[in-house]
Design a protein around this ligand. Structure first.
Ligand code: C2E
Ligand code: CA
Ligand code: CA
Ligand code: CA
Length: 276
């Protein structure tokens, strides 16, 4: 960088310029894509560990970008957060999930809980819990069929904003899942303070099973979860050995490619029992 009369001129390597352009491109396109609703949801089933019965779904957003194809949420969620568009995208995801659930219900299915991923930044909106409950009511969905998945970064530093909203959701019987447990700081204090109903053990904890040290860590997390009366989901289960180990160590639920990939809304609907 060179100083010139009070301005800074930065010299960028070509690949940095390219990366910046790609990001700018995605950011500009995101705004239009949100307006055009180019997003849809897939639903990955969660199963009870012992019976392997379907217990619910996690909604995962997909962007079908015209002329480009499928863009991964890992690519556009950070861009949406960076550009202040995550609130609008989050509302789109919420409404789409509720619309799909209402259709399942209308067509005679017995609902099971659907979890929605909520970005930490969405909690900056003090109305978030109100919006979730209002939209659920507007779609005729009982709050107990909704779950919000939050990462601990949602809570760190913003506990005063996050706590009352999670408490409001729990009081209305919306589930609250602590997502990606075992990554980051995984503060045990947060576990105690947040009104959560489910602990989701990150794939990085499950992947090395049945390695003994990995097993010891999963066991400890399960003992902690059990003593707080939480459901414990093993995420990213890819092998039968991982499934058996996760169950043996105390996980109550399993999710992962072994049991099911994320499914289209209609394929998810087909797994639901008929309303009695
Ligand atoms: P996540 O919440 O941890 O979701 C799990 C991710 O792991 C999903 O990837 C899922 O498809 C993938 N996965 C599930 N089972 C397996 C497995 O057995 N093996 C492997 N290798 N992967 C598995 P996806 O759909 O690409 O989502 C990535 C991340 O994007 C999510 O991680 C979540 O953080 C974020 N995300 C997805 N949808 C939304 C959304 O609607 N809103 C927000 N804010 N974030 C979202
Ligand atoms: Ca999640
Ligand atoms: Ca996760
Ligand atoms: Ca994750």
């Amino acid at each position: 960088a060179k100083q010139q009369a009070g301005t800074t001129v930065l010299a960028y390597a070509p690949e940095m310029i390219q990366r910046a352009r790609a990001r700018l491109d995605i950011e500009q396109a995101l705004g239009a894509a949100i307006a055009a609703e180019e997003f849809f949801l897939e639903y990955q089933p969660k199963f009870a560990a012992h019976s392997r019965q379907l217990a619910g779904f996690e909604a995962l957003v997909r962007w079908q970008r015209p002329g480009v194809g499928r863009v991964s949420p890992a690519d556009f969620i950070p861009a949406a957060e960076l550009t202040g568009q995550i609130g609008a995208l989050g509302e789109l995801v919420l409404r789409r999930a509720l619309r799909d659930m209402a259709a399942w219900q209308r067509e005679g299915a017995q609902l099971l809980p659907v979890a929605i991923n909520v970005s930490p930044l969405q909690f900056r909106d003090p109305q978030l819990a109100d919006v979730i409950l209002r939209e659920a009511a507007a779609h005729g969905i009982e709050p107990r069929f909704l779950d919000v998945e939050v990462t601990e970064t949602a809570a760190i530093g913003h506990l005063d904003q996050v706590l009352p909203q999670l408490a409001q959701l729990r009081a209305a019987q919306v589930g609250v899942s602590f997502d990606d447990f075992g990554t980051g700081q995984s503060s045990l204090t947060l576990l105690r303070r947040l009104p959560i109903s489910t602990l989701k053990l990150d794939r990085s904890m499950i992947d090395p099973l049945p390695e003994p040290k990995a097993g010891a860590v999963v066991r400890a997390a399960c003992v902690l979860g059990q003593s707080l009366a939480l459901q414990i989901v093993a995420e990213g289960v890819e092998t039968e050995v991982q499934a058996a180990e996760s169950e043996r160590l105390g996980c109550t639920h399993l999710q992962g490619f072994l049991l099911s990939r994320p499914l289209s809304a209609s394929a998810a609907q087909a797994l639901l029992p008929a309303a009695g």
